[in-house]
Write a protein that binds this ligand. Structure first.
Ligand code: TXA
Ligand code: MG
Length: 322
């Protein structure tokens, strides 16, 4: 596998060509690193599931670089979904829509819907637009980690997760640390009102402001198949516990204004909610590097981004969704 840092235009084109030839490309987005494959190449998509150890009925998000791809890949786009795409793309928002026949079962886990996202990271956008220029329709890309593990926000995390499984012609593009640090907001847009399936940096408030006061929260009756809703997700090897009662040798993560319990190992002390989101997965990975067995995490309080960060913390701890 080839790792490219500070890619030139030529190298981005080469990576787009590698995708077209059926190879996998790990690439940075503003949220987390993705492991990309040509969404139309069934073998390449299967290889992603194999590397991640992901059950084949868990759908992948298809990444695009231009709005016109949205009309190719999906059907019956509600007016509100188009408005959200215009307002938040490129950016950390994934829209779940009914799929067109250009999308195959391997990508969607057999569902009749597909998740579409236009990432804002210039390397990701460059890769996707070059891929579209040579005839690609979209790049299927999950986070570049093993199923259930913490998403990678740096290339060294990508290598720790899946480096050993990549083949000689696969590539990884290094774009430094991802600036947002948690995965995109996922919005089910297949009904008359949108439903947030995974909270993120595009918050409920931002969505409501964009489309008027119309938003439904996920209910247990929703049938949509969604792997982020499994009990353990985004989990490090260490046990994650919610709260402050860390003892000697336990890890501790909390906002910087919260004191470290005596004898605990401070893994992270973000001074803003944005930095908490950006660095959360680094803190969790640091625990595993230091061979800490138990991590106590104090979830940030409040709505908006705090809610998205708390969601990942509760999932890492194996607790039910917020
Ligand atoms: O920020 C992100 O979204 C990152 C970057 C790489 O773009 N991607 C990402 O992908 O987080 P992944 O596969 O790790 O998580 C995508 C989630 C999964 O939980 C999947 O089940 C859900 O999106 N999903 C994808 N397509 C779906 C669909 N058609 N219906 C319901 N859920 C879907
Ligand atoms: Mg993931």
């Amino acid at each position: 596998m080839e790792i490219i840092g500070n890619p030139t235009q030529f190298e981005i084109k080469k990576a787009a060509r590698a995708l077209m030839d059926g190879h996998l490309v790990g690439f940075p987005t503003e949220t987390v690193y993705g492991l990309g494959a040509d969404a139309r190449n069934i073998d390449a998509v299967r290889q992603i599931y194999k590397i991640k150890g992901r059950p084949s009925n868990h759908p992948l998000i298809v990444h695009i670089s231009s709005i016109k791809q949205l009309d190719h890949l999906t059907i019956e786009i509600p007016e509100y979904a188009r408005k959200l795409a215009l307002d938040f793309w490129p950016g950390p928002l994934t829209l779940i829509l009914k799929r067109s026949n250009l999308i195959n079962d391997q990508v969607t886990g057999g569902q009749n819907t597909v998740g579409i996202r236009m990432p804002a990271h210039p390397i990701a956008l460059g890769l996707l637009s070059n891929f579209e220029k040579i005839g690609g329709i979209g790049v299927a890309a999950p986070s570049a980690n093993k199923f259930g593990a913490v998403s990678p926000t740096t290339v060294s995390a990508v290598l720790d997760e899946i480096g050993a499984e990549l083949r000689p012609n696969d590539m990884i593009i290094d774009g430094g640390q991802c600036s947002l640090g948690i995965e995109s907001t996922i919005l089910n847009c297949t009904e008359n009102l949108p439903i947030i399936l995974r909270p993120g940096i595009v918050t409920t408030e931002l969505i409501q402001n964009s489309i008027g006061n119309k938003l439904r929260n996920k209910t247990s009756g929703d049938k949509i198949h969604f792997s982020g809703s499994f009990r353990y997700h985004y989990s490090p090897r260490a046990v994650v516990v919610i709260g402050h009662s860390a003892g000697v040798g336990d890890g501790f993560i909390a906002m910087s204004n919260i004191k470290t319990p005596r004898g605990a190992i401070r893994l992270g002390a973000p001074d803003s909610i944005e930095n908490f989101a950006r660095d959360l997965y680094l803190f969790l990975r640091l625990a595993d590097k230091l061979k800490v067995k138990k991590i106590f995490v104090s979830p940030p309080k409040g709505s908006g981004i705090a809610l998205a960060v708390s969601d990942r913390i509760f999932k890492a701890a194996g607790q039910k969704n917020l």
